[in-house]
Design a protein around this ligand. Structure first.
Ligand code: GLN
Length: 320
């Protein structure tokens, strides 16, 4: 048996200490169920649970299944919105996708009555519209531009899970219906099937929660990856990305989330969650069981507690 020497480095950092405590507290929580409407997601283990934090000065903390890979799902929408802003600028993106929160579910087939735009880039319809804006010379070039964009945030290459992609591609009739409806109103162009494929591919990108924390920390750090120093997105777009996350990132729980946790965040149906603490740190959480709105049950609990314990709410005050 190896006996590790006791060193000063073994003193537990306060962030690590709180992560350990919160992890222990919520790992036995058995509420919610993993998504089943995408057949590949139904295979996920409901016990998987990881929490990671990356600070803007590059410190990393993690607990639990931090290395477990899963598909990023809707969290991709934040970053593809950023790429659309980069490709076309704010005014053009705004002419195709609104920035209004919606009280409807993430996969609602609904467009704004007046403008015919989808409500915002964080729900499926809006995300399909932002994906359709991604520039490139054909399907492969567009996919490669998107993968290069994700690599800047993550800090290493990552791949598309072919089974999940095929699973979504063959069962995603709702998303297809939205795309055709938006084509009817001129919100997306003629590359309907190509853009849908790109959308299903972005949702099937494999990440772990350490990657998610790095991506979130990059947004906290004005678009510059704190681990690699790479500028993942021009800083001028980060404000728009975070504003939309703050108002719309947790679907029809976004209002209560902003009220209680008070931070820009985005969830996905595989059970991932990112939270941005501007100028300070990024949080990545993974736990597949979801509540009825499609947010990770443990993820929401962990964030409520982290926000409370570290006073992270954007409108925090002395006597709140
Ligand atoms: N790929 C999923 C879908 O289009 C993403 C939804 C989500 O994560 N909320 O239905």
């Amino acid at each position: 048996m190896m006996i590790e020497p006791v060193t000063a480095a073994q003193t537990v950092h306060p962030i690590q200490d709180v992560l350990n405590q919160i992890y222990e507290k919520y790992r036995s929580l058995r509420l919610g169920v993993p998504a089943t409407y995408i057949p590949e997601l139904a295979k996920m283990n409901p016990e998987w649970f990881g929490i990671c934090v990356v600070t803007v000065d590059g410190q990393q903390f993690s607990v639990g299944d931090a290395q477990q890979l899963f598909t990023i799902q809707s969290i991709s929408k934040v970053f593809v919105h950023g790429l659309a802003l980069e490709d076309h600028g704010r005014e053009h993106v705004l002419s195709k996708v609104g920035v209004e929160p919606t009280g409807d579910s993430f996969n609602a087939i609904v467009l704004d009555e007046q403008s015919k735009r989808p409500y915002n880039p964080m729900v499926n319809a809006g995300a399909i519209a932002t994906t359709s804006l991604i520039k490139g010379n054909g399907a492969t070039d567009r996919l490669n531009r998107m993968l290069a964009m994700f690599e800047r945030y993550i800090g290493h290459e990552s791949h598309i899970d072919m089974s999940t992609f095929m699973s979504e591609r063959t069962t995603g009739f709702r998303n297809r219906a939205m795309a055709y409806l938006m084509r009817n109103f001129g919100m997306i162009d003629d590359r309907i099937d190509e853009s849908l494929d790109l959308y299903f591919q972005q949702c099937s990108l494999m990440v772990n929660c350490a990657d998610l924390a790095t991506m979130a920390a990059t947004l906290s750090n004005h678009g510059k990856n704190p681990l690699t120093g790479v500028q993942a997105v021009p800083s001028r777009h980060v404000r728009d990305m975070l504003s939309v996350m703050f108002m719309c990132g947790m679907y029809n729980y976004s209002g209560e989330w902003a009220y209680k946790v008070g931070l820009p965040a985005k969830s996905g149906v595989s059970g991932g969650l990112i939270v941005v603490v501007p100028g300070r740190l990024g949080i990545g959480i993974f736990s597949p069981p979801l509540d009825e709105r499609g947010n990770s049950v443990r993820g929401v609990k962990v964030c409520e507690e982290l926000s409370e314990r570290f006073g992270l709410h954007l409108f925090e005050c002395e006597d709140c």
